[in-house]
Design a protein around this ligand. Structure first.
Ligand SMILES: NC(=O)c1ccc[n+]([C@@H]2O[C@H](COP(=O)([O-])OP(=O)(O)OC[C@H]3O[C@@H](n4cnc5c(N)ncnc54)[C@H](O)[C@@H]3O)[C@@H](O)[C@H]2O)c1
Length: 224
């Protein structure tokens, strides 16, 4: 049996160790984005092991995604950066369960929260909660903390990062490295500093603090 979160083990099984598949009787998958992925593999008739969809249990998606991320996000930002949240402009990309928790906690810490959302109902929910809803093209110019929470690809790209104010904190609480163009950030960085363990050293020049592999780990300086 594979107990998976983010299809990490399932990917290994299908890509590198397919010889082991006959000894696997079941898979449980935890998170939203990878349920989409497994559903796609199922439709293509390539999924030959039964999968338990943990995410769609209401006590998972409406609790871990919402309340778990609500606590985890702020804990991660605080531990990694020590930045003050109050008074900052925070941009939350995606207003699903994870985005709702993220927006909520950032507002409770005193940030002015802006939401970007492609689903009109979720966007309307954000408006009804009092958040400003706009596009990333607008938000990237004024945000100081950016949080991706969509499960989709390429939300924060080079054209956004080059327009961000100095000292912008860019982080992901959604799906792996795919939401932020971390590769571009690494390749374009004119300076990079490891901030682990726990205490980041910040640059005087324009810098950006980015997350890598679901952990804050480096500061990157980019030319703006
Ligand atoms: N870090 C964690 O511990 C944790 C926990 C649970 C889920 N997740 C991950 O967080 C992500 C979101 O999960 P969720 O349960 O909130 O999903 P969800 O489907 O409830 O919400 C995602 C939202 O993002 C919006 N969205 C998608 N693409 C967008 C785009 N390009 N621009 C703007 N908005 C866009 C969708 O319309 C939707 O409202 C998933 O990748 C999930 O796997 C992370």
């Amino acid at each position: 049996m594979i107990l998976d979160d983010g299809c990490a083990l399932v990917s290994l099984l299908y890509e590198k160790h397919s010889d082991l598949a006959s000894g696997i009787y079941g898979i449980s998958e935890e998170t939203t984005a990878d349920i989409y992925l497994l559903t796609k593999i199922l439709k293509e008739k390539r999924l030959n092991i039964p999968v338990m969809n943990v995410n769609d249990s209401v006590t998972k998606s409406k609790f871990d995604n919402l309340y778990g991320c609500r606590e985890g996000l702020i804990d991660g930002i605080k531990r990694a950066t020590d930045v003050m949240i109050g008074g900052k402009v925070a941009v939350v990309l995606g207003y699903g369960n994870v985005g709702k928790g993220s927006a909520h906690v950032l507002r409770n810490f005193g940030a002015r929260v802006i939401v970007t959302e492609m689903d009109p109902i979720c966007a309307l929910q954000a408006v009804m909660e009092g958040y400003e809803v706009t596009t990333m093209e607008e938000a990237c110019k004024i945000g100081q903390i950016f949080v991706t929470a969509t499960g989709s690809r390429d939300l924060i790209r080079s054209e956004h990062m080059t327009k961000m104010p100095d000292n912008a904190v860019v982080c992901n609480v959604g799906h792996g490295d795919i939401e932020i163009d971390v590769l571009w950030l690494k390749q374009s960085a004119i300076n990079k500093e490891t901030i682990k363990p726990r205490t980041p050293t910040l640059f005087d020049s324009p810098y950006m603090l980015a997350m890598e592999s679901e952990k804050f780990s480096h500061t990157y300086t980019i030319q703006s």
